[in-house]
Ligand binder design. Sequence first.
Ligand code: HEC
Length: 173
Amino acid sequence: MHVFKTKYSVIRYFSFGPRVLFATAALCGLLVAQGCGNKDEPGPSPASASNRMDELTSEQLRNGIGPVTSVDLGEYNPDLANEGQELFKIKCSACHKIDQRYVGPALNDVLSRRTPAYVMNMILNPEEMVKRHPEAKKLLAEYAAPMANQHLTQEEARAIVEFLRNTNNNQSK
Ligand code: HEC
């Protein structure tokens, strides 16, 4: 009798056991697949994107990030500088003074700390500059206000650089 009972319960276990096991396995499989799926899709892409973001080339460190890769200043051009001065009054003076700190830094000596290309990229692409360039990030932290994109053309930004060549402490470089 006792033996029979044991046998019976073993048989009963096997009679529905596999079905339960199968269902459990299927559920686990689904969860694992979903877990993996989640990891595969959005997981690695932002990670690699942010790796890319953090790796600036030495050119980008020197010349900033944006459409301008290098600028050959050539001879000082007073007409271009006048044009730049006018643009500066209209587009920049709300936040910058030439010789003192205001909403943003003084710019009279900016060309002694930045390359002309860096200045142009800061004018043309400030959003990305303050996000990715270590120097621009530092300034954003210090001034606690973001530099506004004034939507200038590359030529207009170049004219402002010409104007900045001729402000107080700048050497023509
Ligand atoms: C809304 C205010 C605002 C306007 C408008 C603005 N800037 Fe700025 N600028 C800033 C601030 C603030 C910073 C410091 C970095 C930051 O916080 O983004 C800055 C940084 C800069 C820098 C970097 C200086 C350095 O030492 O690296 C340059 C160059 C610059 N601005 C040029 C200009 C020019 C040229 C214009 C006009 C086309 C202009 N800015 C318009 C606020 C402004």
